[in-house]
Design a protein around this ligand. Structure first.
Ligand code: NG1
Ligand code: ZN
Length: 478
């Protein structure tokens, strides 16, 4: 017997009324309460199936008249994080509820909607050392797969750009920095030199040459490239942790640390939607790392994909003690979530700069949430942005303060930037001398790509004329 059939009950008390069809909408199934009997029974089945797909997490069923008269009612299904049911399941629910009694048995033999998460990812190794470690990991995962049940699929990792011992290919048109800054897919070479074709909607990640940064991306059905950078990883991780903590019922604070390069939409999402405090520091992971220690759990990622999660030692001690304390008063559900929280700490590498640990954490979160990459992207829309770099005679003439957002020298430059930014809706721009290259970096964001490009070019022009530039007006990074 398949799983849905375990809930099949022919008894007449669940029989369907014949009053036309119902549709699963925003309020779930809505109609007069007296007609919802069979719906309540079938929604129970759907919730059980959904729970199985979400790896046994609790699914909510809400019955409410909301603001309507008492006899008008609705039944709604709620996902583990309080989210609304997603599209494929709404259709499945509608179909099940409208199936005549005589065909219900047959309907339940059908497959319920598939999981959204697929345990497969392709990784661009930037032809760097990450490929060597990832190969070992692939071997380990294959062993794990052969020793576990065939129903449990361990993560399949496909590598490309893994020519570790070939000259002149490291970070060349590939790797995390290339993809982040150019906002396009890298070249995709296999070992034998042949090129791979990008698979629409499949999950890709790029690490950089020394595998301390990682970013994700995919190409949709229309061939449009979508980037999920360090800010997105930070939001995914912080949101997941926040939800786990809520489910444990324990009072722990998660904080996010960002730099001025963080996309404005990610900051807004963290503060307004996740209700997480955000601290800003100077660019460079040492600054972020230091700041992250101030939170019980500090999540930090630079937009370029460099980051990690830090668990304060007092917090870890507190959580570990709670878990073993038999009189902790926690329910089984709270304990399970507490264990998950500690597992996150095991997966992540608290020493910054481990793109592979970051990859495992992202995959674990997507798996546990049953999200595909599109759902992750749908959390918020990035503000279009542009980075440029300007070559100066002497970069040290440019001085900034306040987490790089204010330029205090040369005189008049910040005022000029302010006056340019004002002309662009959602505009923001800043400059800072690079700590790793002899350039001044320009960052601009605005409501459209055209505006972000134009604002960045105007700021570059201002730097050029006020700070003593040599060479071209500006260059695109790389
Ligand atoms: P500089 O060159 O100082 O911008 C770059 C990155 C930093 C950091 C360091 C070290 C950007 C804009 N800057 O520094 O975030 O990762 O390299 O790798 O990505
Ligand atoms: Zn690196």
């Amino acid at each position: 017997m398949n799983f849905p059939m375990a809930f099949y009950d022919k008894s007449p008390k669940y029989s369907k009324n014949q009053l036309g069809s119902l549709h699963y909408g925003t309020a779930g199934f809505r109609t007069r309460a007296e007609n919802l009997g069979h719906v309540a029974y079938r929604v129970g089945i759907i919730a059980a199936l959904r729970s199985r797909v979400r790896n046994g997490q609790a699914i909510g069923v809400m019955i409410t008249a909301s603001h309507n008269p008492e006899d008008d009612n609705g039944i709604k299904i709620v996902d583990p994080m309080g989210e609304m049911l997603e599209g494929a399941w709404e259709t499945y629910a509608t179909d099940m509820v409208n199936t005549p009694d005589a065909s219900l048995e047959q309907f339940l033999q059908r497959d319920e909607p598939k999981k959204l998460y697929t345990p497969e990812i392709s990784v661009d190794c930037a032809n760097g050392v990450g490929a060597l470690v990832l190969k070992k990991m692939i071997h380990f995962l294959q062993e794990l797969q052969s020793s576990s049940s065939p129903n449990k699929k361990s993560l399949k990792i496909n590598l490309f750009n893994d020519l570790v011992f070939v000259k002149d290919v490291l970070n060349n048109e590939c790797g995390a920095d290339f993809v982040k800054v150019q906002q396009k897919i890298p070249i995709m070479k296999k070992k034998d030199g042949s090129s791979l074709h990008v698979i629409p909607n499949a999950r890709y990640a790029s690490v950089d040459g020394d595998a301390d940064r990682i970013i994700y991306y995919y190409v949709d059905d229309s061939g449009i490239f979508h980037l999920l950078d360090g800010d997105r990883i930070a939001i995914l991780v912080a949101g997941y942790l926040k939800e786990l903590i809520k489910k444990t019922g324990i009072n722990i604070q998660v904080g996010l640390v960002q730099t001025a390069y963080a996309n404005g939409s990610s900051t807004k999402y963290a503060i307004e939607k996740l209700n997480i405090p955000v601290a800003w520091t100077l660019t460079g992971v040492k600054h972020l790392h230091h700041k992250a220690k101030e939170f019980d759990i500090g999540v930090y990622f630079e937009a370029n994909g460099h980051g990690t999660v830090l668990f304060n030692s007092r917090t870890v001690e507190h959580l570990t003690k709670l878990l073993v304390d038999e009189r902790n008063g926690l329910s089984e559900d709270q304990k399970a979530n507490l264990k998950k929280l500690l597992v996150v700490r095991d997966v992540i590498n608290e020493t910054v700069g481990d793109a592979i640990a970051d990859l495992l954490l992202v995959e674990a979160i997507l798996y546990d949430s049953d999200w595909n990459i599109q759902q992750w992207l749908n959390l918020y829309d990035d503000l279009p942005n542009r980075q440029l770099k300007v070559s100066l005679q002497d970069c040290s003439v440019v001085k900034t303060e306040g987490a790089d957002v204010k330029c205090i020298a040369p005189a008049g430059l910040q005022q000029k930037i302010n006056s340019l930014v004002k002309n662009y809706p959602s505009g923001r721009a800043f400059i800072r001398p690079s700590g790793t290259e002899n350039f001044v970096r320009i960052y601009a964001e605005a409501d459209s790509q055209k505006n972000a490009d134009s604002l960045a070019a105007e700021v570059a022009q201002a730097v050029h004329s006020l700070a003593g530039s040599v060479g071209d007006l500006y260059e695109h990074p790389l």
